[in-house]
Design a protein around this ligand. Sequence first.
Ligand code: SIN
Length: 486
Amino acid sequence: MRNGLKAPTDLLIGGGFRPAQGGRTLDVEDPATGERIASVGDGTVDDARAATDAATQALPAWRAASAYERSRILRRWFGLQQADKENLARIMTLENGKPLSESYAEVDYAASFVEWFAEEARRVYGRVVPATRAEKRILVLRQAVGIVAAITPWNFPAAMITRKVAPALAAGCTVVLKPAPETPLTALRLGELLLQAGAPAGILNIVPTSEAAAFADTWLGDERVRKITFTGSTSVGKELMRKASGHLQKVSLELGGQAPFIVFDDADLDVAAAGITTAKFRNAGQTCVAANRILVHERVADAFTERIVRQVQRMRVGHGMEDGVEIGPMISERGRQKVLAHVEDAVALGASVRLGGQTVSGPGYFVEPTILTDVSPKMRVMREETFGPVIAIARFRDEREAVELANDAEYGLAAYFFTRDGSRAWRVAEALEYGIIGLNDGAFSTAQAPFGGYKESGLGREGGKEGIEEFLETKFVSWGAVGMGV
Ligand code: SIN
């Protein structure tokens, strides 16, 4: 790879790297310049099947290995990711566009899932349940679900992989992974590090491809695959779930969000303004938990708006490799056009642009950080996921209206609110129909807590002790006629 960075460019199948069938390749580009940075193997459906064959072969021994053995390998993988931080972070910034400081943070975040699940691997307990008859025993066993197909997005090229793969491997599953075609290099490097950690061949197979739908059909049509775990859009998630019904494969879905960010009139406005920097601008707003609807009490709306206008004016937009850059590009021209369409729609329906609202001239897919006021619920910025650096501010009159506005969404992933009133903190945290609540906190993501959504934001949880449950089956053994023989 360019710049002396280390990343394989072939597919990882059965413990070795090899070109895609027919030698097909796909280009990876730097979204900050539009230039090609590498070509990687572009997997075919035959490669997808070969990956499943390798995962099938690896499964019996991996599932039977002791939890301590699996834990040791994961622990070594964690250490190697930490040691490779500089390399991984630079690859990530080049293929995703996020500022280098965010890429460093993502390497830590990604590795923290591996460390966490290395520990959880040793805490998968069964139960012995009292039976109704003296000579019987009832045992409850927890076992790996089997082969897992993981489909991951480009916005967190490392963390969305480790958050799925580490618990799957910890549970004793083997994995076939399709990383996003925009960010395959980080994925392949993670795979290489897992091999260096001593992983047996075939427990993780990585196949980048430009044929996402054909891959999903291949894995969902294969009864050997017992679980599909996906992060991406709600529409694709629903389609995968429909198709998984063919073989009744288990499904975990981490889908879209439309996070409200509520600032009550008793909030510490400095804390709320600091919270918005992460909640809105991490990865240039391209996160499922990005604050989309900023709902501010009418008494503090002007003061809060002025504060964040000053704050955002100081933020530097540019290539993620440059010092001091805080906002990188959108991942693609398509992504950029969606953001601009949301701004245009809001303006047409009466919103005012306080800041930004345009593309940044020059190469790359940049959009200026944007602040819109006089926003109302019918606008697209208030109903759909914008996935860009747009702050859309609406006002509310009282707590009841704020909660109603916040819950008026088909999504239910994350919500943020800011208050100094302890009773309100309880009331609102309980009333919000969201899987994750940031209470006076704009940065909640962490390996030890369950991440996932209500409503159309998905099914299942990643991280926390819940994360490994998604990869375990429950088996009940009724043991009759236990000879007591005393
Ligand atoms: C996401 O945007 O899908 C994940 C964000 C996070 O883990 O914080």
